[in-house]
Design a protein around this ligand. Sequence first.
Ligand code: PMT
Length: 219
Amino acid sequence: MSLLIVKMNKQMRCLISAGPTREWLDPVRFISNPSSGKMGYSMASEGISRGMHVDLVSGPTSLEAPPGVFLVNVETALEMENEVNECFSGADIIIMTAAVCDHRPETNHQNKIKKDQFPSTMTFIPNPDILLGLGHKKVDSQVLVGFAAETENHLENAKNKLVEKKLDWIIMNDISKENTGFQSDFNRITMLSAQNESIEFGFEKKEFLAKKIFDVICR
Ligand code: PMT
């Protein structure tokens, strides 16, 4: 007699981070970066169209969350870390498109710094590397995907992040070319895997690339 093992059809859960973080210096000033959230929101939209449950942890953007997405708004890297960690253990696929500030001002002043008291130098302290933390606690059944926006030594830098952060895939954006990466509707990517695969896509719309990325990681 043969044993039939039936696997229940369970909805895939996808966790996506998107947008920039803001690191406050006082109530009216912060450091940040130009991430618009377009890449991450395109990934979230594609996840929904594939029938997945999508948790989108997003820094400040002017975009509307795709219908059906569970949106969690954050501002700082520390807030993003908390929310991503909340959703992590239940996620099958984790895609970190966010441009997280690596550093924050040592002091977040409670009151607005007066113009004549503005410091001429400032001390920054490191933020946690959220993805590095996830790579260390991920289990084999989870697929962990990072992004790397590179201006030089593109593939080498991206490969180093793939290995250091224990990722399954890293998606290198070449942002040295015009109209790609930050803020653009377009991107130019190469996907690198822990199994040494390399898949390159030309200059394409972010929505199109989101489909291709899911096709590859869901193979
Ligand atoms: O938002 P858009 O305008 O559409 O632009 C999209 C994008 C260019 C921001 C996106 O495609 C992208 O490349 N995101 C990653 C930006 C980057 O350079 O990341 P990084 O090399 O600093 O970090 C590598 C990976 O670690 C990323 O997945 C990042 O989310 C993660 N990270 C980084 C630092 C940190 N403290 N914590 C992290 O989790």
